[in-house]
Ligand binder design. Structure first.
Ligand SMILES: NC(=O)c1ccc[n+]([C@@H]2O[C@H](COP(=O)([O-])OP(=O)(O)OC[C@H]3O[C@@H](n4cnc5c(N)ncnc54)[C@H](O)[C@@H]3O)[C@@H](O)[C@H]2O)c1
Ligand SMILES: [Zn+2]
Length: 361
């Protein structure tokens, strides 16, 4: 069964369609929605061989013209240089202001293709076809697009909402287990900041539940709703409402950086960051020890790390924290949870509080 949910962000509204066997319907859905006929499909070297032909065929059957652009898989492809090269290929292929961009892949492709759509001819429509759990529940919603630079992740980008999001649950079957599990770090983060009921449901999931298509569809829908509800109130991340999505990310990003982006996947570093944020929350926001432990239990159920490896160079985490621009002015905006299902930004947390929480990891 196919489900549709509307996402609102500022003056835009777009549909996220979630269900099985959707890749075959991409062409007709785009033809219905967008005026242009020529579209670039941007994908990576892992995803394109699996799914690009189906998307291309579906576009052709709907009288649309696809141009496939494949880039090397992985975070290293998310650069300004790559975005420029893609734009050049699109110009050479004759895509114009009426054309559109499809991002077919995980969060890397979603962010990069969205950035290309935001700057090509000063902005053309973007269709998100996320193929990882992380991208379905998080990065494909909300319009944040970006590329990385040598100085750090996502430092250059634009807010450019997609025109359509198509989540074909079947594509998750080929996702490696570790990649699948890391998506649950963002799901658990959503539960902690905004949905105590989803937290309890995940606690009662059996090991097999995560692999059931219906459960996946419901999970993706629910997470899209959580994200869109908050984004509707703060599309540009200016009022502090959208900032709650950074829960666990202050320490998570520092761990990711300390591991040179190789040791941990984003969701794994986030899992550790969530544990640290819960420890800080216990001290600064009154999170109960029972709920603190429940978060650790839940992360472990999805094989996510909750302790740093013994020989991990912790000092590098603190260096990375200091590098974080948020800390330079001496004011830290840290997201805490007083109770599962709620979160807020506070300026009360000090570097020392964070250091203590990291020391306990
Ligand atoms: N824009 C946002 O709001 C936002 C939010 C969270 C994360 N992000 C970004 O998302 C990125 C991480 O996304 P990700 O974890 O999806 O990484 P990713 O895009 O690198 O995908 C992970 C790996 O899985 C492969 N893959 C993807 N789908 C597959 C499938 N169905 N079958 C087999 N292999 C598949 C990819 O080729 C890649 O090797 C980061 O760059 C992060 O900054 C953005
Ligand atoms: Zn994240």
């Amino acid at each position: 069964m196919i489900a549709v949910t509307g996402v609102r962000a500022g003056s835009c509204r777009y549909d996220a369609i979630v269900g099985p066997r959707l890749l075959e319907t991409v062409g007709s859905r785009i033809a219905e929605k967008l005026p242009g006929t020529h579209g670039a499909i941007i994908s990576d070297t892992n995803v394109a061989p699996l799914f690009a032909n189906r998307v291309k065929r579906s576009l052709t059957l709907a009288d649309l013209k696809p141009t496939l652009i494949t880039i090397p898989a992985g975070e290293k492809g998310k650069t300004l240089k790559q975005a420029g090269a893609i734009c050049e290929q699109m110009l050479a292929a004759g895509l114009d202001r009426q054309s559109f961009v499809i991002g077919l892949g995980g969060g890397v492709i979603g962010d990069l293709s969205g950035f290309v759509a935001a700057i090509y001819h000063r902005g053309i429509p973007h269709v998100q076809i996320p193929t990882t759990l992380l991208a379905m529940v998080d990065s494909s919603i909300g319009g944040k697009t970006a590329v990385n630079t040598a100085d750090g992740k996502n430092l250059i980008g634009a807010v450019h909402q997609p025109s359509l999001v198509i989540d074909d649950i079947d594509v998750l079957k080929t996702l490696p287990r570790r990649e699948f599990n890391q998506g649950f770090a963002e799901v658990i983060k959503h539960a902690i900041i905004a949905d105590a009921k989803m937290f309890r449901q995940l606690q009662s999931w059996e090991a097999r539940s995560a692999w059931r298509p219906f459960a996946q569809q419901q999970l993706v829908l629910r997470n899209i709703k959580i994200k869109s509800k908050i984004i509707a109130k703060d599309e540009y991340d200016r009022t502090g409402k959208r900032a709650v999505f950074n829960f666990g990310h202050t320490v998570g990003h520092a761990i990711e950086r300390a591991g040179k982006y190789r040791k941990f996947l984003h969701g794994e570093a986030l899992s550790l960051g969530i544990v640290a944020a819960c420890t800080v929350s216990s001290r600064e926001a009154g999170l109960s020890p029972r709920q603190h432990d429940a978060v650790i239990d839940l992360l472990q159920r999805f094989d996510l790390p909750t302790k740093l490896p013994a020989r991990f160079p912790r000092e590098r985490i603190f260096d990375a924290l200091k590098f974080d621009k948020k800390f330079e002015s001496g004011e830290i905006r840290f997201v805490v949870t007083p109770k599962i299902g709620r979160a807020h930004v506070t300026r009360k947390v000090t570097m020392e509080d964070i250091r203590e929480a990291v020391d306990e990891l």
